[in-house]
Design a protein around this ligand. Structure first.
Ligand code: ADP
Ligand code: ZN
Ligand code: ZN
Length: 821
């Protein structure tokens, strides 16, 4: 054998939020099995963990005495080196620990807990004579339970180190260890039925077959169906298909198999839903504008630049992405298509799968563990296209050629909680660098960050200013609520012009979308005498009134209670509803337009993917005339019959206390408006506001993104905000208000020593208590200088550790959010 450098130590990632990785020694007997990316069993403090090997060393210099690896779990790596590079970057950039990154990056079916499972092969063939005591105990337990987790075995044997026992049982072929990647999930198999070849080659024989089954009507029907399908070119059918069509069950198939008339074949089928199997369709030809955009994108790519595709709603960006995907497929490189989670339930997926079929792997949060591992494996093996929300960037790509970030402005690309608080858009750009892939960031309403990158030549900029098929952008009409109220024209919160417009649309058989901001007035209960408002006992927010279940609920912690019959504060019995949510709107609208069908889509009615899809389908099938919704309805829905969009209250968006409020408002208004009139006809938009001359309103109405951008950038500069400056937000949490207050002051004065006036606060955030925890916030604003940013991040971590080891502050939680969104 060739003499290799002797690897004696490994660095591993433990599935814990530890600040550092740990190093272990490789025992001689395991030396040949150790490689990057496999899991090993290691001791830490008094426990054993499965940890991921990420570095190999010939020698190490560390102060502590290294302990030894106990066992090897995987034979093959479960991650690629590029993935580890990405993890490292996230850890550093977002001040997270490697364990936390691993936690979000690996599908839970592969999670590195000490939950590896030991399974019995075949209990009938065991020779108990050849087992020693420990082996006997484990085997006996397995004959009863079938499978055991490592820690269960530890309990049975009352020892910590059980791997030798397991290994010996494995060697004796009595048990096998489920490697999560292979076996923790079961493949799903489906039966396929076909006529045996003799019959297919010689249809005359079929009469013989039918004679054989003459006494069974079900068998006869089955044969005839199979034969009929065969004549139409279909050689095998799913058993379930036949069952559905003929009402026969598997006993019929078994009987026919026995008579050697049919074959039953079991095939592994994918558990991943929604992607069309079967033939795909051709793409429609590109419009001249799309052609031009494509040339623009490719020429920026040729210069090595990523591209911001700024295309108005309905300009046909998806079709351009599809072309880029096709080009990338020709080069046999992989594609990552990132979307906000919610947009995944919509037509985009269908449109892509019509063209690319099962070349696409769909990754989203509703997948179960099995599906996740399955997709992981297929990506590792080179699945051409991965379509998913932000966490799909953690998939094991071999060779990424293209990343599409659709709706790049969308806040849901940012993970806010828990750590790592990463931005999927920005992380994807880093990922692209690792693979030498190109990136297209597409949107009708670019984020200030991305547009700024484009103007400063960091990204190429390609614009599409017209809708596909010469459809006009809808005209946005502003309704002044002050005037409406003054002249008594309001019906609840619906102005006269909006009422008329709805009537108009309904008369023309068009559908209507009404948007109410989630952050808007959520409905609450108030006492008319003392102005008492029902509040959550755990959070500093008022409870939201839910008419449907006649209860009050907290949207932060889930607390709920019945509506009191009298005021708990003064006993007065007249309680009134304040504010309006989507539920109230739906009622009022139904009242106003009794012959129309109203429905709503918000976090209550669409809390599961199926519920949401159901509403979307009903809307598509025109079972719903007026759909009331929150933010949800803005994301990529492409309905062709919406004549009117109403924005009920623009002000609640504009006034929200957040430095991005104006950016969000502009994006939201433009995106909602964009849902109107997407095919052929020009749509109408009615925007209700108390501030008709507010710059944001004027810029929205005129679709003047550049003007909005220039003005907003100026404001951001004068108030020292991104994208001119970088921000880190530190949030401290504790059950005691005083403790968190003291801790925040300790931390901020410590940081101020180095970072001076870059430290702002501490202060109480808008909602100062959530789920019983009091909050304090410190903002760090940094000039965009790498050395300053690096220093600041290092100091923040240092101060955090200092704080948490100071007496009295151990249990204070400190969250660091880099680039808060
Ligand atoms: P965007 O994503 O830019 O808002 P879409 O990609 O949803 O726009 O396109 C808007 C509409 O135009 C969709 O209904 C789409 O099917 C249609 N469309 C776009 N490009 C083409 C094309 N080249 N041929 C036919 N239909 C197209
Ligand atoms: Zn009262
Ligand atoms: Zn609460």
């Amino acid at each position: 054998m060739e003499k290799k450098p002797q690897i004696k130590y490994v660095t591993v990632v433990l599935p814990l939020a530890l600040p550092n990785n740990y190093t272990y020694e490789i025992p001689n007997k395991l030396a040949d099995e150790i490689q990057f990316g496999i899991r090993v069993e290691v001791p830490l403090r008094n426990k054993l963990y499965a940890a991921l090997v990420v570095e190999l060393h010939e020698d190490v210099q560390i102060e502590y005495k290294t302990r030894k690896i106990i066992s090897v779990i995987d034979q093959l790596p479960i991650i690629t080196t590029k993935q580890y590079e990405l993890w490292k970057w996230i850890t550093k950039y977002y001040s997270a620990s490697m364990g936390e990154v691993m936690n979000v990056a690996l599908p839970s079916g592969m999670k590195l807990t000490s939950e590896t499972i030991v399974v019995l092969h075949n209990s009938e063939e065991i020779d108990f004579q050849e087992l020693n005591d420990d082996e006997f105990l484990v085997t006996e337990a397995l004959t009863i339970q079938g499978e055991l987790r490592i820690d269960e075995i530890r309990k049975i044997l009352d020892k910590k180190t059980v791997y030798p026992v397991i290994k010996s049982l494995v060697d004796k072929l009595i048990v096998y260890v489920k490697e999560e990647l292979k076996a923790r999930y079961k493949e799903k198999k489906k039966s396929f039925i076909s006529l045996q070849e003799t019959y297919l080659e010689n249809p005359d024989l079929l009469t013989t077959a039918l004679d054989l089954c003459a006494r069974s009507e079900k068998q006869t029907k089955t044969i005839l169906l199979l034969y009929q399908k065969f004549k139409n070119g279909v050689t095998s059918l799913r058993a379930s298909e036949i069952t559905n069509e003929l009402g026969v069950d598997s006993s019929v198939f078994k009987a026919l198999e026995k008579k050697e008339i049919i074959d039953i074949r079991k095939e592994v089928v994918s558990r991943i839903p929604e992607i069309k199997e079967g033939p795909t369709t051709e793409m429609s030809p590109l419009s001249p504008a799309q052609e031009k955009a494509l040339i623009g994108i490719n020429s920026h790519f040729a210069e090595g630049k990523h591209v911001l595709l700024h295309g108005v709603t309905g300009s046909g960006k998806t079709r351009v992405y599809m072309e880029l995907i096709r080009e990338c497929l020709e080069q046999e490189r992989q594609i990552l298509y990132l979307l906000p989670e919610i947009a995944l339930t919509t037509q985009v997926v269908n449109r892509l799968s019509e063209v690319f079929g099962n070349q696409i792997g769909l990754y989203h949060s509703k997948l179960n563990n099995h599906q996740r591992v399955e997709l992981w494996k297929s990506c590792y093996e080179g699945k051409p296209i991965i379509l998913g929300a932000r966490s799909s960037l953690f998939m094991p790509f071999q060779d990424l050629g293209l990343i599409i970030i659709d709706e790049e402005h969308d806040p849901s690309f940012k993970q806010n909680d828990p750590n790592p608080r990463y931005n999927g858009r920005d992380t994807a750009v880093y990922l692209a660098g690792l693979h030498g892939a190109k990136v297209v960031l597409g949107t009708a309403t670019p984020s200030l960050e991305s547009y700024n990158n484009a103007l400063s030549q960091k990204y190429g900029l390609v614009s599409m200013t017209e809708r596909y098929g010469n459809v006009q952008l809808p005209e946005i009409e502003v309704v002044d609520l002050k005037l409406q109220y003054r002249s008594g024209q309001m019906y609840e919160f619906v102005s006269k012009p909006l009422r008329e417009a709805i009537e108009d649309a309904l008369a023309k058989d068009e559908q209507v979308l009404l948007f109410q901001n989630r952050r808007g007035f959520s409905p609450t209960i108030q006492c008319t005498q003392c102005e008492w408002v029902s509040e959550c006992g755990n959070c500093d927010v008022s409870l939201t009134y839910h008419q449907f279940r006649s209860e009050l609920r907290c949207h932060y912690c889930g607390y709920r209670e019945q509506i009191p019959s009298s005021c708990p504060s003064c006993g007065h019995t007249e309680l009134v509803k304040r504010g309006f949510g989507t539920e109230k709107i739906e009622h009022v609208i139904q009242e106003l337009f009794p012959s129309a069908k109203a429905a709503r889509m918000d976090y209550d009615t669409a809390n599961t993917k199926n519920a949401m899809q159901d509403i979307i389908h009903r809307f598509e099938d025109r079972e719903i005339d007026i759909l009331v919704g929150t933010q949800m309805i803005t994301k990529g829905l492409d309905f062709d019959n919406i004549g009117l969009v109403g924005i009920l209250n623009a002000d609640s968006m504009i006034q929200f206390p957040d430095f991005r409020a104006h950016e969000r408002a502009f994006q939201l208004f433009t995106q909602v408006a964009g849902r109107a009139g997407r095919r052929q006809k020009k749509g109408r938009v009615i925007l209700q506001t108390f501030q008709p001359t507010h710059p944001i309103i004027l810029e929205t109405v005129s679709y003047n993104f550049p003007r909005f951008f220039q003005r907003e950038m100026k404001e951001r500069k004068s108030f020292i905000y991104p994208p001119h400056f970088r921000m880190v937000e530190i949030t401290l949490k504790h059950k005691q208000a005083k403790t968190v207050f003291d801790a925040a002051n300790y931390l901020s004065s410590d940081l101020r020593q180095y970072l001076k006036n870059r430290i702002i606060g501490p202060s109480e955030p808008g909602i100062a208590r959530i789920r019983g925890f009091y909050l304090q916030r410190i903002l760090v604003k940094l000039e965009k200088k790498q050395s300053v940013i690096d220093l600041a991040k290092a100091k923040i971590l240092e101060s955090k550790h200092k704080l948490q080891s100071a007496p009295g502050f151990k249990s204070v939680r400190v969250n660091i959010d880099v680039d808060p969104y």
